[in-house]
Design a protein around this ligand. Structure first.
Ligand SMILES: Cc1cc2nc3c(=O)[nH]c(=O)nc-3n(C[C@H](O)[C@H](O)[C@H](O)COP(=O)(O)OP(=O)(O)OC[C@H]3O[C@@H](n4cnc5c(N)ncnc54)[C@H](O)[C@@H]3O)c2cc1C
Length: 329
C-alpha cells in the first residue's frame, strides 16, 4: 500500500506560513524518492491562496477545511478537525512545522490519536518499510540521534529554518473538502492577536540575511549599527540576537536565536560580538554562509564561521555598511 504523508499547513489571513510550505516541499522530495504520496491539510477561513500554495509546494492532494471557526488557531478546534481528517484518510505520518502553533498542536493531536511524536526534528526520510525516520539534535545540539515511532501513526514536528525554502513549481494537484464535524465552541477564545514587531521588514525566520548581535552590543542603542547594516543589505535582512542581549531587554525576546529561541538558516548570517556558544549555534549553524566579527581571535564562533573578521564590531560593522552602500551607488 502507498505510504501517505500529511502535512498540516498553517496560514494567517490567507497567507501560508513559509515554514509549513518548506515542510511540504521536503515531504514531497522524500515521497518522490520512496514512491509515497503527500497530502496537505489546510484549515482556515480564507484558504484559496493557501490551497494553491500548498499544491504548488508539492501536495498531491489538498484537504481543505474552510470556515470562520478556523480563521484563528485554537487547540480544540484544530485538534478536532485534524483528528477527523486522520480518521477518514488514515495517513501513515503527520508532519507539522515546529512553530508556536505546531508545537502546541502536535502533542495534543498525538495524544488524541494515540500516536507517537518526534518533536523538533531537523530532517526526515522514509525507509523501505514506509516508516518515517527522523533526525534531531539533542543535548544542547552536541549529539545527533535518528529516531522512529515504533508502530502506528507517526507525528513529527520539523524545526523551522533548517529546511530549504519551498519549491513552488509543482502542479496538477487535487483538492477535496475534508469531512469534519461541525466545530463546537472552543474552550479558549482569542481576544486579540498582537503581531510581534520583526525589527525589520521581514520576519527573522524568513530573512535571507540575518545580522545578529550579542553581549558585546553593550546596550539597546548598540543594535542601531546592526539595524543600519541590515538596511544596507536591503529588504531581505533582519536583526537577531544572542540570549544575553535579549534577556537584558536590549532587543525583544522574540529576536533571540538559539536552542531556546528562533532557529534560522539564512543565506548569510552575520554574527557580531557573539562568542559561539553551542546553545547559540543550535539556532543558526545551518546558515549557508556565516560571517563572524569578533575582537577575540580565539572566539569559538570562528570554528563555525566561513568568514572571520577579527576586530571591533563598532568599527567593522559601520565600515561594512558603508562599503555595501558605496557598491550599490
Ligand atoms: C539552557 C540554556 C539555554 C540557552 N539558550 C541560548 C539560546 O537559545 N541562544 C543563545 O544565544 N544563548 C543561549 N544560552 C546562553 C549561551 O550559553 C551563551 O551564554 C550565550 O550564547 C553567549 O552570548 P554572547 O555570545 O552574546 O555573549 P558572550 O559569550 O559574552 O560573548 C561576547 C563576545 O563578544 C566579543 N566582543 C566583545 N566586545 C566586542 C567588540 N567590541 N567587537 C567584537 N567582538 C566583541 C567577545 O570576544 C565575545 O566573544 C543558553 C544557555 C543555557 C544554559
Amino acid at each position: 500500500m502507498t505510504t501517505t504523508l500529511t502535512v498540516v499547513v498553517e496560514s494567517w489571513r490567507g497567507t501560508p506560513a513559509e515554514a509549513s510550505l518548506a515542510v511540504l516541499s521536503q515531504a514531497r522530495r522524500v515521497a518522490d524518492a520512496a514512491g509515497a504520496t503527500v497530502t496537505a491539510a489546510v484549515l482556515g477561513d480564507d484558504v484559496d491562496a493557501v490551497v494553491d500554495a500548498a499544491g504548488r509546494a508539492g501536495a498531491h492532494t489538498v484537504l481543505r477545511v474552510a470556515g470562520p471557526a478556523y480563521a484563528q488557531y485554537t487547540t480544540d478546534t484544530w485538534t478536532a478537525a485534524l483528528a477527523a481528517l486522520v480518521a477518514e484518510h488514515q495517513p501513515d505520518a503527520l508532519l507539522l512545522a515546529a512553530t508556536t502553533y505546531g508545537n502546541d498542536l502536535a502533542p495534543r493531536l498525538a495524544a488524541r490519536l494515540g500516536a507517537g511524536l518526534v518533536a523538533d526534528c531537523s530532517s526526515f526520510e522514509l525507509g523501505a518499510d514506509g516508516r518515517l525516520t527522523c533526525t534531531k539534535y539533542v543535548l544542547g545540539n552536541t549529539q545527533v540521534v535518528r529516531c522512529e515511532v515504533a508502530e502506528g501513526l507517526q507525528v513529527a514536528t520539523v524545526r523551522t529554518g533548517v529546511l530549504p525554502h519551498a519549491d513552488t513549481g509543482h502542479g496538477g494537484f487535487a483538492v477535496a473538502d475534508g469531512a469534519v464535524p461541525a466545530p463546537t465552541a472552543p474552550r479558549t477564545e482569542v481576544l486579540e492577536r498582537v503581531v510581534a514587531d520583526s525589527d525589520g521588514e521581514v520576519a527573522l525566520e524568513d530573512a535571507r540575511i540575518v545580522v545578529a548581535g550579542g553581549r558585546a552590543m553593550r546596550g539597546p542603542e548598540g543594535f542601531d549599527v546592526l539595524r543600519d547594516l541590515a538596511a544596507a543589505f536591503g529588504h531581505d535582512a533582519a536583526v537577531g540576537s544572542s540570549r544575553p542581549a535579549a534577556e537584558a531587554g536590549w532587543v525583544p525576546m522574540h529576536l533571540e536565536i538559539g536552542i531556546s529561541g528562533k532557529k534560522v538558516a539564512p543565506d548569510l548570517y552575520v554574527a557580531c560580538g557573539i562568542s559561539g556558544a553551542t546553545q547559540h549555534l543550535a539556532g543558526m549553524s545551518g546558515s549557508k554562509t556565516i560571517l563572524a566579527i569578533n575582537s577575540d581571535p580565539e572566539a569559538p564562533i570562528f570554528r563555525t564561521a566561513d568568514i572571520g573578521v577579527v576586530g571591533d564590531l563598532f568599527e567593522v560593522v559601520p565600515a561594512l555598511a558603508a562599503a555595501l552602500r558605496a557598491r550599490r551607488g
